[in-house]
Write a protein that binds this ligand. Structure first.
Ligand code: HEC
Length: 161
């Protein structure tokens, strides 16, 4: 009987912990919905990191929604609902030496929401190429690196005309 109670308590605590984790990361909205309209967002810039051992390996394209563009160009703090999407592709060097984008690797996503206090007022998420949510410790695996861009409200990208 004791064993059963212990198992029950462990299970209850772990369910509670994972639920509170999800709440703190996405303010009770559950799993962050995949930003389906990313292809109609404004292209901000692209970058290639060809070193497979680099944490940000890939051919990246960054996109921003309408609510982000003004701040991206002028600076300051982003309004609620501002969204950024980064799409990562494999780096393929062709026989003629040109470098092109290969298969899609994953998406990264940020959405401004003052409620996301633990991560600087932005929700962070990552998705596989089919748009399935990838479970991450976004505070450690995302936010802690974006802290270096605090002066531009945690956004690294600069708009390229
Ligand atoms: C090692 C540092 C680092 C980590 C870890 C990291 N990022 Fe970034 N992130 C960057 C840099 C640098 C850029 C700019 C990339 C570019 O210009 O192509 C960027 C760009 C972005 C962008 C486009 C907006 C912007 O800031 O330019 C989004 C969205 C984003 N990251 C989300 C995430 C998410 C979600 C995670 C965690 C799954 C994550 N990042 C982890 C460094 C990091």
């Amino acid at each position: 009987m004791k064993k059963i109670i212990v198992i029950f308590v462990v299970a209850a605590v772990s369910i509670f912990l994972s639920a509170s984790d999800a709440v703190s990361l996405w303010s009770g909205l559950g799993v962050p919905p995949f930003p389906k309209k990313w292809r109609s967002f404004t292209h901000v810039k692209s970058m290639v990191i060809p070193d497979k051992n680099h944490g940000l390996y890939g051919f990246h394209h960054i996109y921003a929604n309408k609510g982000s563009i003004n701040t991206l160009k002028k600076g300051g703090s982003y309004p609620e609902g501002a969204e950024f999407v980064g799409v990562f592709y494999d780096v393929v060097t062709e026989k003629d030496g040109s470098i092109t984008q290969g298969k899609k690797l994953f998406y990264v996503y940020m959405r401004k929401a003052d409620a996301a206090k633990q991560t600087g007022g932005w929700h962070y998420a990552a998705y596989d190429p089919q748009g399935n949510y990838l479970k991450k410790d976004v505070k450690k695996e995302c936010f802690e690196c974006h802290i270096a861009a605090k002066d531009s409200d945690y956004i690294y990208s600069k708009f390229i005309e």
